[in-house]
Design a protein around this ligand. Structure first.
Ligand code: FAD
Length: 474
């Protein structure tokens, strides 16, 4: 086996494995090193996303939503189920099987693209005229040399000071996706994407869920109108969300007691059977031995990069969660493709303004571009149009009419500046908005495009018509 490569990618999450595939497609010899393993020690490429993030969370969101629908929503369709029972073990097994399919798919893609995969930890060992030396420590120890290195080592969950993850009572995302029995009382710290998604899963399966959030406003990154609607719907579903809290102490014995001050500063205490801590993630450069080659990190521990993902070292690149920018799988992938192309001297396209954001709760929440608050802060003159799913035929047929589409366009040019969706299949609908914004479309452009009927996407067209105050179905 060759030990010299054009490119060595450290990390096989969505950033790393995609960078490796694109580099191989471009004719480079590529090694990809990843240390994630299954419980029986086998390689599990795909990173946080595949193993304990995007994929298993969506599997459980789907299963728990099916369970809730059978229990509640199906009766409205004339479907009655007598004895509904939950087989949580089977549900978790299915989730694990979905993860394994993705791990195996990536291993297959490595073979197909002639990428040499190393299962183990990759760390910088030095550099000389022939390139960078990377030590791989796993079952076997070996050293490879690469002309270019792509650091794609991802991120780890941030723990709450004084309340380390113990995998039993205080859980990170990995633990939150594998609770063996539905907890009666579930606490979640953090009402961000992960907290809301995990809270939704366990609420649907029967937990009493209470989410404690430090910030005074709900979903601060979303459009205010969307956040307001989401808060209303989640409260109706029974997700108790308390804002503006300050956690003072977390103690564990048989269960978890969280002592906190509420938004008015009054002392409160809550007892939970499990506590999920979802207060953000920190870049992971553990074991990379960045100091060996002088790879610069910033004050928060991210690998320092420019807008093209170049680090301070020649031919060393960094992408995904380990660098600045949104911690999203698709952002990591885009950076992976762009870096591979830049290595061979091609153009690499990544536009942060058109990165879509999605929260896979029910209703789903998705947006791209700017919201009203951001535009007001910048003094941009804009107009907006909204259209509710209540007035959309397909949503009525589905039996899911929560939410709306909102399109914000420049007041003069009509160019779309942001699109915000809360409602059924928002994660899929947002792609039309991303395409429109990438092509510099105006609201009028969407308004004149023929959309299939009946479809949820018609709500996008109607919102575009609403920008010009001429909706047809409202
Ligand atoms: C619960 C949850 C749900 C999420 N849902 C979504 C979602 O729906 N959509 C979305 O876009 N994003 C989602 N995310 C975020 C997404 O998972 C990350 O943004 C994405 O995984 C980042 O990709 P990455 O390639 O940068 O890093 P990672 O996926 O973290 O992969 C890094 C890989 O590098 C390996 N590694 C690290 N150091 C070394 C080393 N020295 N040697 C060898 N290997 C090493 C790790 O083992 C890992 O396999 C979710 C995250 C969580 C936690």
């Amino acid at each position: 086996m060759s030990t010299s490569f054009d490119v060595a990618v450290i990390g096989a999450g969505p950033g790393g494995y995609i960078a490796a595939i694109r580099a191989a497609q471009l004719g480079l010899s590529v090694a990809c090193i990843d240390e994630w393993k299954t419980t029986d020690g086998k390689p599990a490429p795909g990173g946080t996303c595949t193993n304990v993030g995007c994929i298993p969370s969506k599997a459980l969101l789907q299963s728990s939503e099916n369970y809730e629908h059978v229990g509640h929503a199906y009766a409205e369709h004339g479907i009655k189920v007598k004895e509904l029972t939950l087989d949580l073990g089977r549900m978790l097994e299915r989730k694990d099987a979905v993860v394994r399919q993705n791990n195996d798919g990536i291993l297959f893609l490595f073979k197909k693209n002639k990428i040499t995969f190393f299962h183990g930890r990759g760390s910088f060992a030095g550099s000389d005229a022939s390139g960078y030396e990377i030590k791989v420590s796993g079952r076997n120890e070996e050293t490879i040399v690469a002309t270019h290195v792509v650091v794609a080592t991802g991120s780890n969950p941030r723990s709450l000071p004084g309340a380390d993850f113990d995998g039993k009572l205080i859980l990170d995302n990995e633990g939150a996706l594998a609770i063996p029995e539905v907890p009666k009382r579930l606490g979640v710290i953090g009402a961000g994407v992960i907290g809301l998604e995990m809270g939704s899963v366990w609420r649907r399966l029967g937990s009493e869920v209470r989410i404690l959030e430090a910030l005074p406003g709900f979903l601060g990154a979303a459009d205010e109108q969307v956040a307001k609607e989401a808060a209303k719907v989640f409260a109706k579903q029974g997700l108790a969300i308390e804002l503006g809290v300050k956690i003072n102490k977390v103690s564990t014995k048989k269960n978890v007691v969280v002592e906190y001050s509420d938004a008015n500063g009054a002392a409160q205490a809550a007892t939970f059977d499990k506590l999920i801590v979802a207060i953000g993630r920190v870049p992971n450069t553990n074991g990379l031995n960045a100091a060996a080659v002088g790879l610069e990190l910033d004050e928060r521990g991210f690998v320092k990069v420019d807008h093209e993902c170049r680090t301070n070292l020649p031919n060393v690149w960094a992408i995904g969660d380990v660098v600045r920018g949104p911690m999203l799988a698709h952002k990591a992938e885009e950076e992976g493709v762009a870096v591979a192309q830049r290595i061979v001297g091609q153009y690499g396209h990544v536009d942060f303004n058109t990165v879509p954001w999605v929260i896979y709760t029910s209703p789903e929440i998705a947006w791209v571009g700017k919201n009203e608050r951001e535009l007001k802060a910048k003094g941009v003159d804009f107009k907006s149009g909204t259209f509710p799913f209540m007035a959309n035929g397909r949503a009525r047929a589905l039996g899911d009419t929560t939410g709306f589409v909102k399109i914000i366009a420049d007041a003069k040019s009509d160019r779309i500046l942001g699109v915000h969706v809360i409602g059924p299949m928002a994660s899929e609908l947002i792609s039309e908005a991303v395409v429109a914004m990438e092509f510099g479309a105006s609201a009028e452009d969407i308004a004149v495009i023929c959309h299939a009927h009946p479809s949820l996407a018609e709500a996008i067209k109607e919102a575009a018509l609403a920008v010009d105050k001429r909706t047809l179905n409202l």
